[in-house]
Design a protein around this ligand. Structure first.
Ligand code: IMP
Ligand code: MG
Length: 369
C-alpha cells in the first residue's frame, strides 16, 4: 500500500502486466504502419513513462516528440478546453500516433482532435495504455488500447495524484472503503459497551464513532454542521437525521485509513439505519454487523447501582431510573434488531462473564464477518 498526500492506494497492475500491454500496442502499431516512419506524440506529463517504454519496444524506426495540454487537476478530469504547448514540428503528410497514458472522460482527446485538425496530417491514430470505458464520454475512435480498466482512480507509471506517484513502476488504485469492517455496537446501559469498544478498536484498527462525541465535537468547534445541530437543540427540537448523517459522513471521510468503524449510539430508528446503509454505500462500503451485548436485566441493575456508588452519575443511583433506561433500550433496539436480522447481520453476544471472555466472544463474531 502507498500513501500519497492524504490518500491510500493499493497495488493494482504489476510492472510485468504493464510491460506486456505496452509490448502489445507497440506490435499492433508496427504491424499496421508497415514501413512508414510514424511520429509518436506523447501527451505530457502522464505519458512520459509509457512513451519511453513504447519506443524502446517499437521494432522499427520512428520519431518521437511530446506535447503538453494541462487538462487535469486533482482527482477529477477538468472540462476546460486546454492550450497546446510544444508542437514545433511540421506534421504535414505524416502519420501521427498520439500516445496517451490514460483515457478517462475523453476530454483531452477531444482537445487533441480539435488541435490536430489544422495540422494537415495524413492520419491521426490514438494509442492509450489505459482506458476507462465507463468514464469515456466521446466517440473518437481509440485505435490501440493497452488495457481496459474500471472507472477507479489510479496512480503510478506516469500517473499522479496531485503531483505524486508518477515515479512508481507499477500502478496502484485508490483505496476505497469496501475493505472495511463496520459494526453497529449495541448494548443496554451497563453492558460494558464502552470497555469492549476500546478493545475492538485496538485489535482491529477501527474508529469508534460515538454520535454523542461527534455532536459535542462539532458543536464545540462550531463547524457548520455543529452550528446547524445546535440551532435545533436550542429550540428543544430533535436534530434531523440528515444533519447527523452528514456529521457521520465527515467523520468517515476523515478516517479513510481506518479498517472500519464502530458506530455507537446510531442508528436508533429504522430511518436512521436506512440512512446509514445509504451513507456506507456511497463510500463503497457497508455495515457488516450489528453486535448487541446481551445482559440480563437484574445483572445490569446490580452493575449500574454499583457503578453509581463511585461514578456520581445521578442516573446510576436510582433503581427506578435504571430500570426505565433498560426498558427504553429494549423498546428502541427491538426495531433495529429486526432491521439487521432481516439482512442476517444481527449478532447477539452474551455480555455476562469476565471482560476478557466477552472480548473473546466479540472477536469470534468479528473474525467471521
Ligand atoms: P480525460 O481527458 O478525462 O480523458 O483524462 C485525461 C487526463 O486525466 C489524463 O491524461 C490524466 O492526466 C488524468 N487522469 C484521468 N484518470 C486518471 C487516473 O485514474 N489517475 C491519474 N490521472 C488520471
Ligand atoms: Mg494525460
Amino acid at each position: 500500500m502507498v500513501k500519497l498526500h492524504d490518500k491510500y492506494f493499493k497495488p493494482f497492475i504489476s510492472a510485468d502486466e504493464i510491460d506486456k500491454a505496452v509490448t502489445k500496442i507497440a506490435n499492433e502499431v508496427a504491424n499496421d504502419l508497415g514501413d512508414e516512419i510514424p511520429v509518436f506524440i506523447g501527451v505530457l506529463n502522464g505519458s512520459f513513462m509509457v512513451v519511453s517504454d513504447f519506443v524502446k519496444k517499437y521494432p522499427k524506426p520512428c520519431e518521437v516528440t511530446f506535447i503538453k495540454l494541462a487538462s487535469y487537476e486533482g482527482v477529477k478530469s477538468s472540462e476546460d478546453i486546454q492550450r497546446l504547448i510544444g508542437l514545433t514540428q511540421d506534421l504535414t503528410g505524416r502519420t501521427v500516433v498520439i500516445l496517451e497514458d490514460i483515457i478517462d472522460s475523453g476530454n483531452t482527446l477531444s482537445d487533441i482532435h480539435r488541435i490536430f485538425k489544422n495540422e494537415g496530417v495524413k492520419a491521426l491514430k490514438i494509442a492509450t495504455l489505459f482506458y476507462k470505458p465507463q468514464a469515456y464520454k466521446k466517440d473518437f475512435k481509440l485505435h490501440y488500447v493497452g488495457m481496459e480498466i474500471p472507472n477507479k482512480f489510479i496512480v503510478g507509471y506516469g500517473l499522479d495524484y496531485n503531483g505524486l506517484g508518477r515515479d512508481l513502476p507499477e500502478v496502484y488504485q485508490l483505496k476505497t472503503t469496501q475493505h472495511m469492517t463496520n459494526i453497529v455496537l449495541f448494548g443496554p446501559p451497563g453492558a460494558g459497551k464502552g470497555t469492549q469498544a476500546n478493545f475492538l478498536k485496538e485489535k482491529y484498527n477501527l474508529r469508534h464513532i460515538s454520535t454523542g462525541d461527534v455532536f459535542r465535537f462539532n458543536i464545540k468547534n462550531e463547524t457548520a454542521l455543529g452550528t446547524l445541530a445546535k440551532s435545533f437543540i436550542d429550540k428543544g427540537e430533535l436534530v434531523p437525521d440528515q444533519v447527523t448523517i452528514d456529521m457521520l459522513s465527515a467523520e468517515v471521510e476523515k478516517n479513510a485509513d481506518a479498517n472500519g468503524f464502530i458506530f455507537d449510539g446510531f442508528p436508533r430508528t429504522n430511518a436512521q439505519a436506512e440512512a446509514l446503509d445509504t451513507l456506507m454505500k456511497s463510500k463503497d462500503s457497508q455495515i457488516n454487523a450489528m453486535i448487541a451485548l446481551e445482559v440480563d436485566d437484574e445483572v445490569l441493575v446490580e452493575r449500574l447501582l454499583e457503578r453509581g456508588k463511585t461514578s456520581g452519575r445521578p442516573d446510576d443511583a436510582d433503581e427506578g431510573i435504571i430500570r426505565n433506561r433498560i426498558k427504553e433500550y429494549y423498546s428502541k433496539t427491538a426495531i433495529l434488531k429486526d432491521y439487521f436480522s432481516a439482512q442476517e447481520k444481527y449478532f447477539g453476544v452474551d455480555g455476562i462473564g469476565s471482560i476478557e471472555d466477552i472480548t473473546e466472544r466479540l472477536n469470534s463474531v468479528i473474525d467471521k464477518l
